[in-house]
Structures are given as C-alpha cells and as structure tokens.
Design a protein around this ligand. Structure first.
Ligand code: TMP
Length: 240
C-alpha cells in the first residue's frame, strides 16, 4: 500500500490517504509537544518506537477481543490503519494518582487509587481539552449513550489487559489516554498507545514521594534521559 495525499498533520503524526478509501497510512514523527503544544521538542527515534509499540499493543488487544484500527505495519514509521471518524473524546484511565489528578484533587503522586477511574476530555486544542462528564458529552452530541457505554467498557478492558502485560515486564501502568473511532458502524480503539500516552513507572521504584518514569513525563518535566526511557520500554516489550 502506498501513500497518496497528506490528509492531516498532527503534533506527533501525519496521516496520508491510500488507494483504498477505507484505509489511511499513519506516519509517526519524532516531534514531541506538551501542555497543549506550548512546549516543543524532538525525541530522537520516538516515531519508530511509538509506531512499533502501538502496533504491538493493538495486536495484543485484538487477541483479547478488543476491536482496533490496526491493519498492517509497513515499515519503521508507517502503519496502515482503518480510516475512522475519531470520537472527539480523550479517554483517561487511572490506576495510581499522578499528573493532573494529583494536582486537581490534592493527592500525592503515587497514591494507589481504591479503584481505577475513567474520565473524558473534550478533544479540542483551542479549548485546551476541557474535562467533561457523560451528560456534557451527550449534550454536545460528541457521542451517543450507547457509544459512551461501549467506550467505557472497552477502556477498562484495555486497562486490565495492559496492566497484566506490563506487570510481567516489571512496569506499573499508572494511567493512560485512549482515543476511539467509528468504523463501519462499530467503535474501535484508535490513535496510539505509547510512552507519549501512558505513564509507566519502574515497578518497586516508587512510594508516594518518588518514582522512576519511563515515559513522556521525562520530557514534560525536564527530567533528562528521555530517549533512554523510550528505548528501555522498547527493549522490555521485546522489540529491541
Ligand atoms: P494528566 O495527568 O496530565 O491528565 O495525563 C493523564 C494521562 O494521559 C497520562 O498518561 C498522559 C496522557 N495524556 C496524553 O496522552 N495526552 C495529553 O494531551 C494529556 C494531557 C495527557
């Protein structure tokens, strides 16, 4: 399958048309942004790692019965995926308090939550991806009740599968962000699953005062060792 015209360029990926109207090619860049694009940088080799890792995760999740957009990896940075209509919700699952959750609710990072949580943001850069609840999403016609129920069930199923997968690799899955799309009347998991979109902490490296991050927090927080963290995750999942 070959790239035709570019349809879209996002912060970390480009999307190209193909000869098949049902498929597009996603091309992963090394560009990194944080804080809604305010902080910009490059993480050398990130595009390759995120492409291959995301594809591995999608294949693992398909085996667990979760439908995804994945079709075929073309090369290091390019993958054929189903051309979905993205549901404009960022879906965040949390197992352990960190980031905006810790700030908003005044809980130290590293506090284990009594149960996993789900939250939705309106995927809208101009508005800064504001948090919203199911009633807001329905009121704004972002998705139907049935779609939100499906997305919720799928997101928790992804959490169960990913938590188990990373536990084997001595990594604690703290939280992550998912996006879903509509494809031929079905909700499928879309976008990417990578150190850009997940918090991975070295197992046993943390209590409520410190932890070792193996993810994009090393870039967001200027912790150093960004490339090494991505490379370490890549190695642990068996891709290098
Ligand atoms: P948060 O604590 O900043 O709300 O982030 C929660 C999770 O979502 C974390 O794993 C990083 C991921 N995330 C994205 O993938 N994209 C984003 O734009 C933001 C803000 C977070």
């Amino acid at each position: 399958m070959e790239k035709k015209e570019q349809l879209y360029e996002g912060k970390a990926k480009k999307v190209f048309a193909t000869e098949n109207p049902d498929y597009v090619i996603v091309s992963y860049k090394d560009d990194a942004t944080a804080f809604n694009g305010l902080k910009k940088g490059t993480i050398a080799g990130k595009g390759v790692i995120n492409n291959k890792m995301s594809n591995l995760m999608m294949k693992m999740l398909e085996k667990k019965g979760i439908p995804t957009h994945f079709v075929e990896e073309l090369d290091d940075r390019n993958t054929v995926v189903k051309k979905v209509q993205i549901v404009p919700l960022e879906v965040i699952i949390r197992n352990v308090a960190a980031g905006s959750f810790s700030k908003k609710y005044g809980v130290p990072e590293g506090t284990i939550l009594a149960n996993p949580t789900i939250e939705f943001s309106y995927k809208n850069d101009e508005l800064g991806d504001p948090l919203l609840n199911t009633y807001h999403a329905l009121a704004l016609r972002l998705a139907t009740k049935e779609e939100i129920d499906t997305i919720t069930n799928m997101a928790f199923a992804v959490n169960d599968a990913m938590k188990a997968f990373f536990k084997e690799l001595n990594i604690d899955l703290i939280d992550f962000k998912l996006e879903f799309g509509r494809y031929k009347g079905q909700i499928v998991l879309a976008d990417e699953i990578s150190p850009d979109t997940c918090r991975f902490w070295e197992a046993g490296s943390w209590d409520t005062t410190k932890h070792v991050s193996l993810d994009k927090d090393r870039f967001r927080r200027d912790l150093g060792g960004v490339e090494d963290a991505y490379a370490e995750i890549f190695k642990r999942i068996g891709l290098n």
